[in-house]
Design a protein around this ligand. Structure first.
Ligand code: BG6
Length: 484
């Protein structure tokens, strides 16, 4: 049985920066796959706009190459590709000049949904927003989509929000965090709020601690120049890990709706305690061979930017006081693995004699690889000879449990772009949420910048610097293994 596909209404989607890397790797292949699944109506139009001197034919060639290269296997064959190309158009556009906007306007229809995907650097957001308004390319139903990084700190995020909200209402702004489009991230809400089983235990009384790991085996690859100005805290914690933390920690919203969910996430961010210097560890990867370290990759021998960070985070509210959330993320680690692990407390009293190596109940929500969930439970060791205990995983790998359905599941961009067209903001960040996250991150960064401390070195293929292990050891806990 294939996953259910609900077609969206007819739309004009303009990709500003249509010849860029994001459009090529993510946006265009995602739209193509949605067409193959039957979700795009025949009246859908996609208009690439960029400075490149291209015409419709050249841009269609560019799109054909992009989807062939980045859409693993062609889900609807050569004919599907040709059909997709028929809905593609192009307009050459210099954001700062006027004529391109006038020409772009001619592409847009009055009676369909219009969305503008700002697939460009944030420095252009304000100018694009102003030009769209000035040339009357928008109305109250227009949607705009912006990508991270949404600011570098609170001040710049506020400035960006101000630029956008001068021209658009908050309900028109879709700030993408692609982690929110991942299947398992949404499943976290389904598991928590769709079952009566977990919620009564989901608090400091029953949960010992939570571990959130987003480990990558790759390094900064070709993105050294961007990454060195950003680092793991800004690149991953402020957005992706923060979202995972919020969805794990938030109160049940009154309903599954954009503002109800985002209100609850915001309350979590506002309840985060400041993180003192002893409660975080920053690292930088070493190379396996000369020329292969972080410092080589960013071409900056003096860089103090972290490619790894681990933090102990306390949430000051009734539900979580006393139950820390440990977060870690880094590049060039042992494996690509992302998971949320909820470690429950031991039973208050054991009726069984003798000891066994108890690790306790753990609920693991795996984002990648092999999306799924595992619950570790204690059972009796099989066989005669007394009551001996052991722990086993109750494993539900979605690929096995859902069979064929999983093959049809959309990737994060597919889901998120379709949500834009549908007008559903639940999986997008609201302006106040982004600002609150920076408001928590900024003082932590300010402290390490003031101290001048360098990140600690760690080996490629390791679990990060030794000190990050100590962050848990000193609390009598240990990190789960990073493994694929
Ligand atoms: C991006 C970061 O937002 O997320 C990258 O900028 C990171 O540095 C990537 O590699 C990770 O995303 P995913 O989906 O591969 O886990």
């Amino acid at each position: 049985m294939a996953a259910t596909t609900i077609p969206v209404d007819p739309f004009d989607l303009v990709i500003l920066g249509g010849t860029g890397d994001l459009a090529r790797r993510k946006i265009l292949p995602a739209l193509y796959r949605r067409m193959c699944s039957g979700q795009l109506p025949p009246e859908a139009r996609i208009i690439g706009a960029a400075r490149a001197d291209m015409n419709q034919k050249k841009f269609r060639d560019f799109v054909r190459k992009a989807i062939t290269e980045f859409s693993t296997a062609s889900p609807c064959g050569d004919e599907g590709i040709e059909n997709f190309l028929k809905i593609i158009d192009y307009e050459q556009l210099d954001v700062f000049a006027e004529d391109g906007w006038k020409r772009l306007k001619k592409h847009l229809r009055k009676d369909v949904i219009t969305a503008f995907y700002f697939s460009v650097g944030p420095s252009l957001f304000g100018e694009i927003a102003r030009k769209l308004t000035k040339h009357k390319l928008t109305d109250d139903t227009t949607r705009i989509v912006v990508e991270k990084p949404f600011g570098r700190d609170l001040a710049s995020a506020k400035a960006l929000n101000a630029e956008l909200t001068t021209c658009f209402d908050e309900h028109q702004i879709y700030r993408i965090d692609h982690y929110l489009g991942k299947e398992t991230v949404q499943n976290l809400m389904a598991v928590r709020f769709g079952n009566a089983l977990f919620e009564p235990l989901w608090n400091a009384q029953h949960v010992d601690h939570v571990q959130i790991t987003v480990a990558e085996d790759l390094g900064v690859e070709g993105r050294g120049a961007y990454y060195d100005k950003s680092g793991a805290m800004r690149d991953m914690v402020q957005n992706h890990l923060m979202q995972l933390l919020c969805l794990t920690a938030m109160e049940p919203p009154a309903k599954y709706g954009a503002d109800a969910v985002r209100d609850e996430k915001l309350k979590v961010i506002r309840a985060l305690e400041p993180v003192p210097p002893g409660d975080y560890v920053r690292g930088q990867y070493l190379g396996e061979k000369p020329g292969d370290s972080y410092l080589d990759h960013v071409n900056n021998p003096d860089s103090t930017t972290e490619s790894f960070i681990a933090l102990k985070v306390n949430i000051a509210n009734w539900r979580w006081a006393g139950t820390p959330f440990y977060l870690r993320t880094g590049k060039r680690l042992r494996a690509r693995m992302s998971e949320i692990a909820v470690i429950f407390k031991d039973p208050p009293h054991s009726i069984f004699e003798g000891e066994f190596n108890r690790k306790g109940n753990v609920l693991i929500i795996r984002l990648q690889p092999d999306e799924g969930m595992t619950l570790r439970v204690t059972i009796k060791e099989p066989g005669p000879g007394g009551m001996r205990l052991m722990e086993v995983p109750l494993d539900m790998t979605f690929a096995e449990a859902l069979g064929e359905q999983i093959a049809f599941l959309p990737d994060a961009y597919e889901r998120l772009i379709m949500d834009v067209i549908r007008g559903d903001q639940t999986l997008f960040m609201r302006g106040d949420e982004v600002e609150a996250a920076w408001g928590w991150v900024d003082p932590i960064r300010a402290e390490w910048i003031k101290s001048g401390a360098r990140p600690l070195p760690y080996d490629t293929g390791s679990s990060g610097p030794e000190d990050s292990l100590m962050l848990l050891h000193r609390d009598g806990r240990r990190w789960r293994k990073i493994k694929s």
